[in-house]
Design a protein around this ligand. Structure first.
Ligand code: PMT
Length: 402
């Protein structure tokens, strides 16, 4: 159920009796894997305390527009940037009216005005207030501006009346937020990925490997699931949880990774090679621990199979995306790999720079294909993965409709 894994949900709570249910909305989003932060209007704090949301979210709750301490910590612009989506639940008639008229007279309306992210509102109010022409006009206007309106539901209301105006149940709201992220760009396609390092044994205690953490590849696997693909992930030795909906095959060595990838590549529409496969492996693995008596020692290494080239040349119909990890001449080396390995696309990243690379939570990519190029700037790997997957989907569909 980790449909909101790595998603940042900003929950806005406005003044209405359904505000008490917002605590459960927060919990449901968390259960689905989201990180949640809360902004309350002053009226909402009359119905439920900020402390409740602080305890549940583990983060300070923001209530004031002009609070020097909060602005120094995470001001409204930063909060707007932090969120992937803003869900206002409950959204009162007054709040909806203020938002529709473009007012910025409290933190939540100001933040929404400053935000370019998706906004979802869960109206909750007395049925007559909901039916009122002004409320209906405001809702239609917000919808025409791209705001997603969730509900309301019909039923018995806190005021004792029955009709439209009940806030949707917390689980339904969390699910609606999750569905919002399902892009469908790769709907029904089989995507095969590899991620992480490989480990090449020298003897029973030593091995050759590299600094890959698997974060980039696991983020890509998650982004492919969100895009509607059936995803198989061949993972080297890393300590990362499997993204929800992903079939994972664990391997250790380059040889095992080659076998696992080749056993699945025939069914793959797309192969994304983000793994840092070790290029040379010892010819022999010593049976016992090598003694360190000699002052020097020599290891004979042999090249590992180039998995990416093998898939690209043996499975002509598979759309192949390679990675290039470079410390210098990024563009030249990346373009050389694109051509030499017969790839459809290559995503190149710098190693040893501030923009990210190995083991970092951030990365930046220069993406090349035969007739084009796109720069994806430094950002958290889950966000970068979504951008790269959108680009892959676009190129894949272009190639397959020609
Ligand atoms: O795992 P993280 O810590 O998140 O770091 C991410 C990353 C830096 C590992 C990732 O973004 C990345 O760059 N992965 C590719 C690393 C690499 O091995 O690059 P390369 O330039 O040496 O290889 C080029 C391509 O050939 C890669 O797609 C690689 O998977 C593939 N290859 C290489 C050798 C080999 N024997 N078989 C291969 O398939």
């Amino acid at each position: 159920m980790n449909k909101l894994q790595h998603r940042r949900v900003l929950l806005g709570v406005t003044g209405g009796i359904a505000a008490y249910k917002a605590a459960e909305v927060l919990r449901q989003c968390q259960v689905m894997g989201a990180e949640v932060r809360v902004v309350m209007t002053p009226a909402a704090t009359e119905f439920i305390t900020p402390l409740t949301f602080q305890a549940l979210s583990g983060s300070p709750v923001h209530t004031q527009l002009l609070d020097a301490e909060e602005e120094a910590g995470m001001g409204h612009i930063n909060l707007a940037r932090w969120a992937d989506v803003i869900l206002v639940a409950p959204a009162s008639a007054d709040f909806i009216a203020r938002l529709a008229s473009g007012m910025a007279n409290d933190l939540l309306t100001t933040l929404l005005l400053a935000s370019e992210k998706s906004v979802m509102l869960a109206p909750a109010m007395n049925r007559a207030m909901f039916d009122d022409l002004n409320t209906q006009k405001n809702i239609r206007q917000l919808e025409s501006q791209g705001v997603v309106i969730l509900g309301p539901a019909e039923g018995v209301q806190a005021c004792g009346e029955t009709g439209m105006g009940r806030m949707l149940e917390p689980e339904a709201l969390a699910l609606a937020v999750a569905e919002h992220f399902q892009t469908g760009e790769l709907a029904g396609l089989n995507v095969l990925l590899n991620a992480g390092p490989t480990r090449e044994a020298i003897d029973p205690v030593r091995y050759i490997s590299n600094h890959s953490s698997g974060k980039m590849g696991f983020s890509l696997a998650q982004a492919c699931v969100e895009a509607g693909a059936h995803v198989t992930l061949v993972a080297g030795p890393v300590h990362l949880p499997t993204p929800s909906g992903v079939k994972r095959i664990d391997v250790i060595s380059a040889n095992e990774m080659t076998e696992a990838v080749m056993s699945k590549s025939k069914q793959a529409d797309i192969f994304i090679a983000s793994a840092a496969v070790v290029d040379y492996t010892p010819v022999e693995i010593a049976e016992n621990k090598i003694k360190k008596s000699a002052s020097e020692m020599q290891l004979t290494l042999v090249k590992t199979t180039d998995i990416l080239t093998k898939v690209a040349t043996e499975d002509d119909s598979t759309f192949c995306v390679g990675f290039a990890a470079e410390t210098d001449n990024l563009e030249t080396y990346a373009k050389d790999k694109l051509e030499r390995k017969s790839l459809d696309m290559i995503a190149a990243n710098w190693i040893g720079r501030e923009s990210g690379g190995f083991n970092s939570d951030y990365n930046a990519l220069s993406v090349y294909w035969e007739s084009g190029f796109q720069e994806l700037g430094s950002m958290p790997k889950p966000d970068l993965a979504r951008e790269l997957v959108a680009l892959i989907a676009k190129r894949y569909h272009e190639k397959n409709t020609i």
